[in-house]
Design a protein. Structure first.
Length: 133
């Protein structure tokens, strides 16, 4: 039974990968003053809603790495922090008339989230492969 669900871990990670890619473009556009605050809020990825559609049945969650949901929740919180950071930096950049103001603050957060997603991907893949041992 588990094997029919575990290959779908890629499906579970797809929304995260799409969200960080989309967030990166939105942050960049916002910090360049190409989009307004309202558009940032409207276009920001709705990651939790996307992930909830991909959740495993409770009886199979025991086969996942123990900290998988905590790590997913951390990614969600980091995405929220990134959005807040972008709004704050974008507003300051507009006041100072400095495009890309705050990119040096937002870029490390983007990179950290990408690394978290990659680590999650690797751990899920290892867990999947271990089911064949």
């Amino acid at each position: 039974k588990l094997l029919q669900y575990l290959p779908h871990h890629y499906e579970w990670l797809d929304p995260m990968e799409r969200a960080i890619s989309s967030a990166s473009m939105i942050v960049s556009s916002f910090l360049q003053h190409n989009i307004e605050h309202e558009e940032l809020m409207t276009c920001w990825p709705r990651l939790l809603a996307d992930l909830s559609k991909k959740d495993l049945p409770p009886r199979l969650k025991v086969f996942l790495p123990k900290d998988i949901y905590e790590r997913g929740n951390l990614i969600l919180r980091e995405m929220d922090d990134l959005q807040y950071m972008a709004i704050k930096c974008g507003a300051q950049g507009k006041l100072k008339n400095m495009p890309f103001y705050g990119w040096d603050t937002c870029f490390p957060k983007l990179s950290a989230i990408e690394k978290m997603i990659a680590s999650l991907h690797n751990d899920l893949e290892e867990r999947y492969k271990a089911t064949f041992d």
